[in-house]
Design a protein around this ligand. Sequence first.
Ligand SMILES: Cc1cc2nc3c(=O)[nH]c(=O)nc-3n(C[C@H](O)[C@H](O)[C@H](O)COP(=O)(O)OP(=O)(O)OC[C@H]3O[C@@H](n4cnc5c(N)ncnc54)[C@H](O)[C@@H]3O)c2cc1C
Length: 245
Amino acid sequence: MRDVCIVGGGVAGLAASIFTARAGLDTLVIDGGESILARNASLENYPGFPDGVDARRYLRLSREQARNAGSAFELGRVTRSELIDTNDLESGFRLETEGGEPLEARRVIAASWSDSDYLVPLDVGRIQRGSKHFVSTDAAGRTAVDGVYAAGRLAEEPHQAIVAAGHGAKVGLAVVHDSDANFYHDWVAPAGYFTGRGRDVPPGCEEIDDNERHRRDERARAQLLEAFDEPLDEAPTMHPSVERD
Ligand SMILES: Cc1cc2nc3c(=O)[nH]c(=O)nc-3n(C[C@H](O)[C@H](O)[C@H](O)COP(=O)(O)OP(=O)(O)OC[C@H]3O[C@@H](n4cnc5c(N)ncnc54)[C@H](O)[C@@H]3O)c2cc1C
């Protein structure tokens, strides 16, 4: 059984997985399609990219970051979720997928804009607005069912990528907090930042010296130079109701 299964590998789900995986939780991201951000033509309001970034490139890099953090990935659409043992609220959850083996996880993050039908058997609390359903959560993304969380647009956050990413991170941290992981903050600090004051490095944090800092900077620059070397030959996905020649 996984510690956490994240349904939806879009903006919020990937951000959540980076935090749960880096905190040492066994994290699976299952995705049944493509992020709605793949419809964007140029992502220009995401901090860190002064002249914008190709949204598909951003998604690729986020997936790579999640993989580097230790997240596992599966392709598949989740169709149903249920408690493994209805008499034991801490037994974890079973997720059925279209055409695949069922998955089991202690905690589930629904980051699957715009589908939450698979949560109906769990009765997490959904709100209908027009043709869409949102999932009702507290400020940290917890739903009415212990162990089930919702993140990003599905949790009725504003329809912006940076908000979905930030919310995904926040919900990921709520999962870490609710689990057994020994955790303070996910911080990388210069050598001596804690130990220079006679303190232990807190759980989840790391101190690195200048050599290691330069090594990591080198690796990060090489990776980004390669990633941005060529234009991406991928067009945005058009709205399904628009007819194209
Ligand atoms: C045309 C367009 C342009 C946009 N431009 C911008 C912009 O310029 N700036 C900006 O900030 N925002 C923009 N957005 C909004 C932005 O894309 C979203 O707010 C953001 O992607 C929401 O993130 P999310 O993780 O909640 O959902 P998504 O990124 O859509 O991720 C949801 C994921 O869940 C998966 N999924 C769904 N159901 C299931 C299921 N049952 N099982 C498994 N997986 C499932 C989907 O395949 C998807 O990968 C734009 C959106 C559109 C449509």
